[in-house]
Design a protein around this ligand. Structure first.
Ligand code: NOJ
Length: 508
């Protein structure tokens, strides 16, 4: 018999109604102003029980430079391929651009205060390469680096651990013009030099670096475009520079991006402070087993390994998959043994951005040992056209990564969803759909950890609404609502949830 059940909630260490109203006041009245959030009671104890995360788990949020910084041509910054792409009419919904975005370049202090308010103890941001090297290589721009010094100092002072991504899609336009971007190994070499410079300058305070964010977007989506089919609709995704390549040159672009990752890893090792950790942040294609039983899990594992023959496979195994090379034939990338050694420089961790699985599978007697199960048209989705709702991805993705390649540490470098996020008459944003999404996803993460997967942190995408690439400002992913006309920030209901969960270090 549970004798505790007869005690009042406060005596059981749970939230009682008064506490709840006090906590609610933060979201509902002040809509989470930086001062309002400081009044959240800290004394309430909770029995996290089996909903707890391990001590030291990072409750992070994430953004990227082009999506939030604005100040696109200030303080000596050079143009990036995303500046060029967004300035070309017709490429982005409503012809939105990142020229101003969240004006984070000027408002970073307010934004760090908001992160503290959200209860985050880690923040993943990206560094704008053309802010540091306006020409892609050569003379660094001191004012560009100064911005990140100020940001990192602000984060440290707020008790938020900085995690920096070196390349989140905003290639210096100069490298596109000079080398054709990732079509040339020179761009890979330039990434190495830039990574070494930044690591040397920031690694006294930044202890974790991600090299490249989402290899597929940097290569296939940027140099071909991809189609996704969800609920009977076909969605075409494109990324800057928006070039259309044949299979052979595209495979070479993929290889060059891998080489860029490897050279960046080596440069970080050579120039950063001892103990600095580095690895990729990949949107790892993965397969979900429909049934959780050994033969279907084996099938999902085999499918996931096959799906990663372009990037994680070579990175973590030091070789391209034979079947891939055979199938590619004369379109296979050109590479040397030495390059494969560079590409597979040991990573301290693997970051994964987890949104949707590529496939659902069942075991099969026929080769390759799995068969694809189609998604039905009625499969539920979140706001974005492409976003099928499959929370268990947040279990399977790290679990399969662990099972196949066993990296020492895993981070979920992104997971999140867009929602309608209308501002209610009382000024608040009631995004219960996002709370549901978060809670369910994180319950699956917790299961992975409970089963021994070394998942060290979660970075919700995104800290605040921002420029969602070709969808402009239409898809809002933030825990904080941003009015892009006034730059007013309003924490949403989901920010309240995240804060409470981070505070308990448990599912709330
Ligand atoms: C992954 C990308 O890294 C990020 O930039 C993007 O905004 C989110 N997915 C949401 O689409």
């Amino acid at each position: 018999m549970n004798t505790n059940a007869n005690k009042p909630a406060s005596a059981r260490g749970e939230l009682d109604r008064r506490d709840f109203l006090k906590l609610g006041a933060w979201a509902l009245a002040g809509a989470g102003s930086a001062t309002g959030c400081a009044s959240t009671p800290r004394s309430t104890r909770h029995r996290a029980g089996n909903r707890a995360f391990p001590r030291g788990f990072y409750w992070g949020t994430a953004t990227s430079a082009y999506q939030i910084e604005g100040a696109w041509n200030e303080d000596g910054k050079g143009p990036s391929i995303w500046d060029t792409y967004a300035h070309t009419p017709g490429n982005i919904r409503n012809n939105d651009t990142g020229d101003v975005a969240n004006d984070h370049y000027h408002r970073y202090k307010e934004d760090v205060a908001l992160m503290k308010c959200i209860g985050a103890n880690a923040y993943r941001f990206s560094i704008s390469w053309p802010r540091i090297f306006p020409e892609g290589t050569g003379t660094p721009n001191a004012k560009g680096l100064d911005f990140y010094n100020r940001l990192v100092d602000e984060l440290k002072a707020a008790g938020i651990e900085p995690f920096a991504t070196l390349y989140h899609w905003d290639l210096p336009q100069a490298l596109q013009d000079r080398y054709g971007g990732w079509q040339s190994r020179d761009t890979a070499r330039a990434l190495g030099d830039y990574a070494g410079y930044v690591a040397e300058k920031l690694s006294d305070r930044v202890r974790h670096f991600f090299t490249i964010n989402e290899f597929k977007q940097v290569t296939e989506t940027a140099y071909r475009g991809v189609e996704l089919h969800v609920q009977g609709k076909t969605v075409r995704l494109m990324s800057a520079p928006g070039i259309l390549l044949e299979d052979g040159p595209l495979n070479q672009v993929r290889h060059n991006a891998l080489l860029g990752h490897g050279l960046a890893m080596q440069a970080i090792r050579a120039r950063a402070r001892a103990g600095t950790k580095a690895g990729p942040a990949e949107n790892m294609p993965h397969a979900i087993p429909i049934i959780d039983s050994p033969e279907h899990v084996r099938a999902a594992m085999a499918a996931t390994r096959d799906l990663n023959h372009y990037f994680l496979g070579p990175m973590l195994e030091g070789r391209y998959d034979d079947a891939y090379l055979k199938k590619a034939g004369r379109n296979a990338p050109k590479f040397t043994d030495d390059e494969m050694r560079i590409i597979s420089s040991p990573a301290d961790f693997v970051g994964i951005n987890v949104y949707i699985p590529t496939l659902a599978v069942m075991a099969s007697d026929k080769s390759p040992g799995y068969e694809e199960v189609p998604f039905s048209v009625s499969h539920p989705k979140m706001f974005s056209d492409w976003h099928r709702l499959i929370p268990e991805s947040q279990y399977w993705s790290p679990r399969l990564l662990h099972g196949i390649w066993n990296p020492a540490e895993i981070y979920i470098t992104e997971n999140g969803c867009a929602a309608t996020d209308e501002v209610a008459k009382d000024g608040n944003v009631y995004d219960y759909d996002r709370v549901m999404y978060l809670r369910n996803g994180m319950m699956w993460q917790q299961r992975a950890i409970a089963e021994g997967v070394p998942l060290k942190g979660n970075f919700y995408w995104s800290t605040m609404d921002n420029f969602e690439w070709i969808n402009g400002y239409g898809d809002r992913f933030g825990l904080v609502h941003v009015d892009f006309k006034t730059q007013k920030r309003t924490p949403k209901l989901s920010a309240r949830w995240y804060r409470e969960a981070a505070r308990r270090n448990a599912i709330a």
